[in-house]
Design a protein around this ligand. Structure first.
Ligand SMILES: [Zn+2]
Length: 251
């Protein structure tokens, strides 16, 4: 049974997220940590080429200068290597080196925060999708189809990430609940700070769920639509780094 003290504690925790973990990191260190963690978890493999500095910056929501500084730092540490010339670029180096990036621990320390953000996103997105299924227009459905096609055409995680954000914000906007959109966008972006680069084949599989959601919205079937989105977002508990490491408090 839930008593009043549990509820008070939960409300306090929501209002004052612990000031620890990545909030203490500089923007450059968060980029270093996210790329190093992706390599550590096997999401990026040895020899894989990273997107351009510009695309890394866009995907991780930082300035290009910050992205360039972070990639240079990782190259200096031996986590990445840079090749000049026509086939040049930034590549993932031999494994093992990334363990030296201390900022990774700040990400791992935020596991509870990440689980809470996922729960918050599930709650908001289920409500928005329910209303989207009732209210969505033909023009809005076309817009969602375009986002799914854009994600399907993505050749890397940075392109995919941009299309994914557009898709989810457009679904939310189709709800007609305009007053809820700032809160939803804030929850989505807070969670995006913890996203790691994923293999693009995996992401294309995830995009098929987007297509399924659009089909249920086109049918104006709120029950089916909410079932699809609940699964799509809840799985983040397992697929984000908090589900992939031993530091997960739920495991
Ligand atoms: Zn998605």
């Amino acid at each position: 049974m839930v008593d009043a003290r549990d509820i008070r504690e939960a409300v306090t925790a929501l209002a004052n997220p612990a000031v620890s973990g990545i909030t203490r990191l500089s923007a450059t260190d968060t980029v270093r940590a996210r790329i190093a963690l992706a390599i550590e978890l096997g999401l990026m493999v040895v020899g894989e080429q990273l997107p351009s500095d510009h695309d890394v910056a866009a995907a991780l929501g930082v300035s290009e200068i910050t992205a360039r500084r972070a990639l240079k730092g990782l190259a200096d540490e031996g986590v990445l290597f840079r090749k000049r010339g026509r086939n040049g670029g930034t590549f993932v180096a031999e494994p093992g080196a990334s363990a030296s990036v201390a900022s990774i621990t700040a990400y791992l320390a935020d596991a509870a925060t990440v689980h809470r953000l996922i729960d918050e996103r599930v709650l908001l997105e289920c409500a928005l999708v329910h209303h989207a299924a009732l209210n969505i227009t033909a023009v809005q459905l076309d817009r969602l189809d375009a986002c799914v096609a854009q994600a399907a055409a993505a050749r890397g995680w940075s392109d995919y990430h941009a299309a994914d954000a557009q898709f989810h914000l457009n679904v939310a906007a189709s709800s007609g609940l305009d007053w809820a959109l700032p809160q939803y966008a804030a929850a989505l972006h807070a969670l995006y700070r913890y996203f790691l680069p994923y293999p693009v084949d995996y992401l294309h599989g995830v995009n098929r769920e987007h297509a399924r959601l659009v089909a249920t919205l086109r049918e104006h079937d709120p029950v089916a639509a909410v079932a699809v989105i609940k699964q799509h977002v809840s799985v983040l508990h397992d697929s984000m780094f908090v589900g992939l490491t031993a530091g997960d408090p739920r495991s």
